[in-house]
Design a binder for this molecule. Sequence first.
Ligand code: SF4
Length: 361
Amino acid sequence: MIDLRIPIQPFPVVEPLIVRLREDTADHGPHDAILIGVEGIRRQYDYQGFSLELDASMETKLSNDVIMIVPGQASARRLIRADSKHNTLLVTEQCDQLCVMCSQPPKKHHVDLMRELQIAASLAPHDAYIGISGGEPLLHKKKLLAMLCELASSRPDLTFHVLTNGQHFDKDDIPLLREIGLDRVLWGIPLYAADREMHDDIVKKPGAFDRLLESFNILYRAGSSIELRTVVLAQNSEELANLSSFIGSFLPFVERWAIMQLESIGYGRMNWDTIFKDTSVDFEGVARAINIGTTKGVRVQLYNFPLCSIPAGYRDLAPATISDWKNKFESFCTDCAGRARCGGFFEWYDHKKGFKGLGPI
Ligand code: SF4
C-alpha cells in the first residue's frame, strides 16, 4: 500500500498550506518548494526561504507531488502524486445518505478546504485526471461548481471524475454545468436498483430514488456525462437484470454503467456478512444484467472484481480499477497469467471472509 502521508518536521504554518515539491528550479512558482539536500531518508526543501524537511525512502518519488501541510500535524498529505493516475481530492466527510456499503462513513463536522484543493488541482501535472469525492461533495455545491468553473478556465487540460449521490442537482445548475465544460467532468452516480423501495433502503434515505431521477433529467438536459455505479450486494443481485432493462430504457444517455464489487471497509466491513455477494461462485445475476445491458446499447463495465472471479467471456469488461495506493494481491496470485491486467484486491480485503471461487488463470 502506498502511503498518502509523509512525515514532516515541524513547519511554521497557521493554516493549511499547499506546496508542490520540485527537484529542478525551472519555472518555479509561489507554491513550489525546491529540493536542496538529501541525507538518508530526510529530504530538505527550500520553500520561500524556509527549510521544509520531509522523511521518505528513496523509492518514494516525490518530484512534482502536491502536498498539504496542516498546522500541528506530524505528516503532510500527498494530495496529488505526479506519477499516479489515481489522485482523489476529498471535499467533505459529510453526507446525507447512509449507504449500507459506504466505505467512508459520514461525519457531522466539515472542514472547508475548497480553496486549498483548488490550488492543489491547479498545480497538477498537465492533462491530469482528478477524482473528487466525499462524503457528498455536492453538499457544498456552490463552492465546488465555482471551483470547477475556475479550473476550467485556468487549467483547461484537467478533467475530473466527481463521485456524488446525485441528490443535489437543480435546473438552475444547468448553465454552470455547461460553462464548466460537458466533457471536463464525469459524474459518478450510484443507482442500486430500479425498484424505488430497494434503492432507498440501500442508501437509507426515503425519496432518494425519485430525487435521483430528477437529477438525471437535469444532467441529461445539461448534456453532462454520467457514469452510473452499482455495487453488487446480496440485496440487489437478483434485481440487476431489471436495473439493466431500466437503464437501457430510461437512461440510455449514460456514458457507462459500472457494476462494482464491495469494498471491505467502513460500513462495507461492518455489514459484510449480510451484504457481500460472492460473484465468484454465482455470477448469474451480473451476467444477465450485462447481457441485457449490452443488447440495449449500455456500455457495461465491471469494477473492483478480481479477474478470476469473472467467467472468461466477460473479463474484457473489467479494467484494473482499484487505485494503486490501496490494492494488493493474494499469495495464490503469484503465478497467475492474468495478474498484469488484474486489479487484485483492496488492501483491507479479508480472504477468509471473501471470494470462495478464485485461483490463477
Ligand atoms: S489469481 Fe490473483 S491476479 Fe490472478 S486473476 Fe485472480 S485475483 Fe487476479
